[in-house]
Design a protein around this ligand. Structure first.
Ligand code: ADP
Length: 540
């Protein structure tokens, strides 16, 4: 007979994360950009006290365990307090992506049954447009003091956050409950159909956040200062707002200022050592740094993910600026990071190019997540680095079913990601494409990611995107979109000749369209659906 372990059964709850930070790293700093401009700073101990005040305030509004509280907000300290107050009270923190179409925002707020919605003043016009269509929302709380809370015409029940919490006590006894209880809810971007909700449990978030602290993942400790540019409104900012307090790391929140100059200045003034963001944000940051001949004086590591990081950008970070790149993969359904790339000791004597080629892949699954790739019949493909199929994942923080979803999306207990990937003999995974982005031409596949990475390697190219366009003979052919760097001239012939030297002949795009900017969505990803809508028929 199996022996029961004789350990205490303490639930993994998010309230314990902020209370741990308050007790053990009480004077570690949180620095936050206010929506109206100035920097605000306090400590984990003050953050915990204000989270308890907010928990009392929410109870005062009549909310109970199980109720949902929405947020439409930037990365800032009040949003952080809400992360803990809402989930810690047994309520569900529903982070809304403000860049969703207003109809989709209305849909998710109603679907989640949000009772209160917290919003930043930036999004007051959005609230004005949607409030009448969200009948369950009793109170709209602006994450500001009274002076910075705008009146919203037609919306009566708007409160200022600071006024709401001011009269409340700092004493609050966090309830204890099952660690499988829902803590946070995030909806997919819903490029096809309505957004779908992933309801993360306390257990999933705590385990993911602990894993995020590991040396092979974000490597957080009290010695680090981390700046998550990845938004708290999507996939929990990769769980950094939970991981940093666990590790006692200083946390820097950039608020609404996400341009290259503001981020660079914040990194320098707060002595940021580690950052996390999507490639488009890093492109803008490097653009600023390059243009002004700047250096990073403290930042030595950056985690990147959300879409593929081109090797040329990895090279620039590492070779020119001495910043180590950690390239990770995850999705709404995986709570945060599922895989992360880092160099093994044997890479010590590799050339820079070999190192960068490895880091352009999305890395190994972190402990707690298993990965495999399967063919169209569901057979597991060999880990040989070339057999490509759909990436399947399972683990402690992988979603089992969508919120209020009728049918489980799982296949034999694994979550099908919709990404096409390879895994090599050492377990290193590489995303080849999303199922919907891969270009199917004459019965073969072209990876849009590989073509984009090759194009971005051209010194005159700022950004590139490739889509498959319907073709009468080949089914689909690649069409390349290029944004030139400021002041650069680059012709179609030049970029195609550049690509012809780097990819197979039949991969070379049939045409190139130069744009001033690519359409970028709320999470910083290029919206290929918009490009397809506009240009999808150009070869027919
Ligand atoms: P959406 O992009 O629809 O908003 P998510 O934010 O959940 O949805 O994004 C998840 C998807 O982003 C993954 O399925 C994958 O296609 C892509 N992705 C995430 N990280 C990477 C990466 N490092 N490289 C390539 N693709 C990535």
């Amino acid at each position: 007979m199996l022996q029961p372990g004789l350990m205490m059964d303490r639930p993994l709850l998010l309230s314990s994360v902020i209370e741990h930070a308050a007790a053990q790293y009480g004077d570690a700093e949180v620095v936050s950009r206010e929506t109206h401009g100035p920097l605000f700073r306090y400590t984990y101990s003050e953050c915990a006290a204000r989270a308890r005040k907010l928990a009392n305030a929410l109870a005062g509004l009549g909310l109970q365990g199980g109720d949902a509280v929405g947020s439409i907000a930037w990365n800032n300290h009040r949003h952080l307090e809400a992360y803990y107050a809402v989930s810690g009270s047994g309520m569900v923190m529903h982070t809304c992506n403000p860049r969703l179409h207003p109809q989709q925002l209305i849909y998710i707020i109603n679907h989640a049954e949000d009772r209160v919605v917290l919003f930043d003043a930036t999004f007051a016009p959005l609230v004005k447009g949607i409030a009448a269509h969200c009948p369950n929302v009793r109170t709209w709380v602006c994450l500001a003091d009274a002076a910075n809370t705008p009146a919203i015409e037609g919306v009566a029940n708007v409160l200022a956050y600071e006024e709401l919490i001011a009269p409340c006590s700092e004493d609050f006894t966090w309830p204890e409950f099952d660690e499988h209880t829902g803590a946070a809810l995030c909806y997919t971007s819903g490029t096809t159909g309505n957004p779908k909700g992933a309801l993360y449990s306390h257990r999933a978030i705590v385990l993911n956040a602990m894993s995020g602290c590991l040396p092979g993942v974000l490597s957080l400790s009290p010695a680090e200062t981390i700046l998550p540019v990845v938004p708290m409104f999507h996939i929990n900012a990769w769980c950094i707002p939970y991981a940093a307090p666990i590790a006692g790391a200083k946390l820097v929140l950039p608020g609404p200022r996400l341009d290259g100059q503001s981020l660079y200045e914040l990194m320098e003034s707060e002595a940021v050592t580690v950052s996390a963001g999507v490639p488009t944000i890093w492109q803008a940051l490097l653009g600023h740094v390059e243009q002004h001949g700047l250096r990073f004086s403290t930042m030595y590591r950056t985690a990147v993910g959300g879409s593929a990081m081109p090797q040329a950008l990895i090279a620039k970070f590492m070779d020119t600026y001495g910043v180590e790149v950690r390239h990770g993969w995850g999705m709404t359904e995986t709570t945060a990071v599922g895989t992360m790339g880092t160099l093994m000791p044997k890479a010590k004597n590799w050339t820079s190019e070999q190192k960068q080629a490895l880091l352009a892949k999305q890395g190994k699954s972190t402990f707690g997540v298993e990965i495999k790739v399967v063919d169209e019949q569901g057979n597991t493909l060999p880990r040989d680095g070339t057999s490509q199929g759909e990436l399947m994942v399972r683990g402690h923080w992988i979603m089992a079913s969508y919120y209020k979803g009728e049918r489980s999306p799982l296949v034999d207990g694994w979550f099908p990601t919709g990404d096409i990937a390879t895994i090599d003999a050492e377990g290193v995974m590489q995303i080849r494409d999303r199922t919907k982005d891969v270009i199917k031409t004459g019965g073969e596949w072209i990876s849009s990611i590989d073509l984009e990475s090759a194009a971005v390697a051209h010194p005159a190219v700022a950004m590139a995107a490739v889509i498959g366009v319907k073709h009468p003979k080949w089914d689909e052919r690649p069409l390349l979109f290029v944004v030139r760097k400021p002041g650069q001239t680059l012709s179609k012939e030049e970029i195609l000749a550049f690509l012809a030297e780097r990819v197979a002949k039949w991969w070379v795009p049939d045409d190139v369209i130069f744009l001033d900017a690519l359409p970028v969505g709320g999470t910083g990803k290029v919206q290929k659906s918009d490009l397809r809508k506009q240009y999808g028929g150009v070869f027919s």
